[in-house]
Design a protein around this ligand. Structure first.
Ligand SMILES: [Fe+2]
Length: 426
């Protein structure tokens, strides 16, 4: 075979590879529409490979602030970059809606050298094109830097335009989904803030229970969509307390039977309130899960006194986390219970009140997360020494329970107890 033929064959193979990558790109992008971060990461990685470039960044346009932002700056170690629309090549592309192919970045006056100066990277060639939605608006910009072994050519331009078109729909969907999620979460946050404002001592309870529930779900290797359902259900589990009179919620002494009945009605109110909210299909079980967090395995719980497997599994998880947080927090009528007492109680009530599977998973949470969860609402003034952090990360609650149950402690065991005690007791 002649040298020219070998070259042609090589070129043909390369084209075939590129074609396959382009087809894969379309498929991958359209199947990951729900997670914006993941989607952007995928688009940037694939575009860089297909165009044989060193870097690729996808900027999204923020119409409110007239800026372009990129959540994950590929190759720059993560984080968020934000640039005004009137600056740089990406800004010029977003404004004009036209592709720009630059052979020498430093001789182009529109090029903003700030990022290079900050990172030590040297930009040579730039291919940048707009990402347009169906209405023809530029919703973002693709920026590819430094073509390996030369300049970006006509084919690269066509391919980038094609990639940008394919990505636009998926990005817009993911963006919309992200906005919806933020709106939904801010709504739950407001509701749980309303509860917190009524009683400062139980403030943060819902968020801490949510934190522990997520960690328990992670210990059980739940899928992300299951973690989401668990997260929202636990965040809203006590929503019904809005319907309980304040003097009962905040009573310092022991509750009378009648007052206790009033408190118990919060579980029914939780269901009634949540049933009024429209939840998408994946979240339809939230009212049922959230309102069943006081049901016990043996049927001695409330409001319905349902038993065993009839109690939703996620409610059984929330039940463990709820009791753990209640006992480790200060209340109007008592101080936080010593940690060994809390763990003993959880163990004692396993099989009668609590599901052993959920208790086991809860005890798999590492001590660092337990400490972070307990202090969840004090993030701003909460500091944990890195030495303690390392130590607490190594042991889970089950290990700790075993340590605490020992008659005598080894040096390492004393260190764990000491480190934990520093961050326990509010
Ligand atoms: Fe409750």
């Amino acid at each position: 075979m002649e040298k020219r033929e070998i070259e042609e064959l090589k070129q043909l193979r390369k084209e075939k590879e590129r074609m396959k990558s382009l087809l894969d790109f379309g498929h991958e992008v359209s199947s990951r529409i729900l997670n914006l971060d993941e989607l952007l990461k995928l688009i940037m990685g694939e575009t860089r490979n297909i165009l044989d470039a060193e870097r690729c960044t996808v900027f999204l346009r923020d119409f409110d602030t007239d800026t372009l932002w990129s959540k994950i700056a590929d190759g720059l170690g993560g984080g968020e970059i934000r640039i005004p629309l009137e600056k740089g090549i990406a800004g010029a592309v977003a404004r004009s809606g036209e592709l720009i192919n630059i052979k020498d970045a430093y001789s182009d006056e529109r090029f903003n050298t700030a990022t290079d100066k900050k990172t030590g990277y040297v930009t040579k060639t730039i291919l940048s094109c707009p990402m347009k939605n169906k209405m023809g608006e530029s919703i973002g910009v693709f920026q590819v830097l430094n073509k390996k072994g030369g300049l970006f050519d006509d084919d690269d331009e066509k391919i980038l335009l094609l990639l940008a078109r394919q990505a636009a729909d998926a990005v817009e969907n993911a963006f919309l989904y992200d906005e919806q999620r933020k709106m939904f979460e801010s709504f739950i946050d407001t509701l749980s803030d309303t509860l917190d404002k009524r009683d400062y001592l139980t403030a943060g309870h819902s968020r801490r229970v949510t934190f522990f529930s997520i960690k328990t779900g992670e210990a059980m290797k739940f899928f992300p969509h299951e973690i989401e359902l668990l997260k929202y259900s636990s965040w809203m589990h006590d929503m019904g307390k809005i319907g309980v009179r304040e003097h009962i919620l905040a009573k310092a002494g022991k509750l009378t039977d009648e007052e206790f009945e009033q408190i118990k009605s919060h579980a029914v109110f939780t269901r009634e309130i949540l049933e009024k909210i429209y939840f998408k299909r994946e979240f339809r079980q939230i009212p049922e899960i959230a309102s069943s967090h006081h049901e016990n395995l043996d049927g001695s719980g409330y409001p319905r006194g349902i038993k065993g497997m009839v109690i939703p599994f996620f409610s059984r998880i929330i039940a463990v986390c709820d009791v753990f947080d209640a006992l480790t927090s200060k209340r109007h009528y008592r101080e936080p219970m010593p940690i060994l007492g809390v763990l003993n109680l959880l163990k004692k009530d396993t099989d009668t009140k609590f599901d052993p599977v959920c208790v086991d998973a809860f005890f798999k949470i590492n001590l660092l997360d337990i400490v972070l969860g307990i202090n969840h609402e004090k993030v701003e003034n909460f500091v944990i020494v890195s030495e303690d952090e390392e130590l607490l990360k190594k042991y889970n609650l089950e290990d700790f329970y075993r340590v605490l149950s020992c008659a005598e402690y080894t040096f390492e065991q004393s260190r764990i107890i000491e480190a934990f005690a520093k961050y326990y007791g509010k």
